[in-house]
Design a protein around this ligand. Structure first.
Ligand code: ADP
Length: 319
């Protein structure tokens, strides 16, 4: 393999730039030419592809977002769109592609692989919901952003003796809510992997209140429902002084933590090694601090599993 491409796709995450840098530098280290595809699969279809040099990725390791831009592209879900993408790559003589993104982006990489074009998936999403890896690039940074917000909200919750509902990202996966809830000492954590009734939420709140607890932090993953709506129901059921905070897109930005930069560097470099070894159609990941790779098709078939033991622990610690 002499020429490879790299793109970022789907929801952006802090650390994607560090992964792009690792792909470019590792490729050039091994005397490959490397091309950046700008704007995810949309840029692949339109042929927005430029050669990258060592200096193209200078000074980006610490920056959030992605210098290659990201996009969502419906056309790429069709075989016709995928074939256009392969034509764009072939025009530049590119023989392999590193795709940095979430599970939707992996499906795109899987489709290209099935058309005979070797791709390697690198897990970049704040949601931590990609099979085949214990951690995704951006999760640790998002978690620290959420913790920072929880700590600040806790100060005012204590002063005013209020109940705070904090809505965090996570449509299908509760990892951000669970980890941030445990690290932030939340009284209740609501994740999409579990079912709740309003009594399940209100019961422990009232119990805590009766023993003198005057403020509470409830973390809700967006996939459970609207934090605003849940807040209203809690207010109606308890008449506690209740406030709602929806953290939103701030969770996707910011300078990546050291952990995310290291993870991105390791995974990005490994993806290049796999392409050099002629192993397309793989997804790289980290398990027990060791680099692993799986068949991308098999990886996508695996369900994302949340650590229910951590949820149980958070309940035990917040009595
Ligand atoms: P993420 O990668 O963060 O999960 P999306 O689910 O929006 O984000 O997916 C990003 C892009 O990947 C989509 O806009 C689309 O271009 C491509 N994609 C998603 N699903 C498929 C699929 N089944 N086949 C081909 N491409 C897909």
């Amino acid at each position: 393999m002499k020429k490879i491409g790299v793109l970022t796709s789907g929801g952006d995450s802090p650390g994607m730039n560090a992964a792009v840098r690792a792909v470019v530098r590792k490729a050039i280290f091994h005397n490959l030419e490397v091309y950046g595809v700008y704007g995810g699969y949309a840029g692949l279809i339109s042929g927005n592809i430029k050669k990258l040099e060592l200096g193209s990725v200078g000074d980006i390791i610490h920056r959030g977002g992605t210098v290659l831009y990201s996009a969502r592209c419906e056309e790429f879900k069709t075989a016709e769109g995928q074939k256009k993408g392969i034509e764009s790559l072939k025009k530049h003589g590119i023989e392999g592609l590193v795709v940095i993104g979430g599970d939707g982006s992996y499906r795109g990489a899987k489709a290209l692989t099935e058309h005979g074009f070797p791709c390697v998936g690198v897990p970049g999403t704040i949601d931590n919901d990609i099979p085949g890896t214990q951690f995704t690039i951006g999760f640790d940074t998002a978690l620290n952003t959420v913790i920072d917000a929880i700590d600040k909200i806790r100060d005012t919750a204590t002063s005013h003796e209020r109940t705070f509902i904090i809505e965090v990202m996570g449509r299908d996966a509760g990892d951000i809510a669970l980890w941030a809830g445990l690290a932030g000492g939340a009284e209740t954590i609501l994740i999409p992997e579990e079912n709740y009734t309003i009594d399940d939420i209100v019961g422990p709140l009232i119990k805590g209140h009766e023993r003198g607890k005057k403020h509470s932090i409830i973390i809700v993953a967006e996939g459970v429902g609207s934090g605003v709506e849940i807040g209203k129901q809690i207010k109606e059921a308890t008449n506690f002084d209740t406030r709602i905070s929806v953290l939103g897109h701030m969770q996707r930005g910011g300078s990546p933590t050291a952990a995310d930069r290291v993870l991105a560097s390791r995974l990005g470099a490994r993806a290049v090694e796999l392409l050099i070894e002629g192993k397309g159609g793989r997804a790289v990941g980290i398990e027990e601090n060791k680099l692993v790779d799986y068949d991308i098709i098999e990886a996508l078939a695996q369900p994302h599993v949340i650590d229910k033991g951590m949820l149980k622990l958070s309940k035990e610690l917040s009595i």
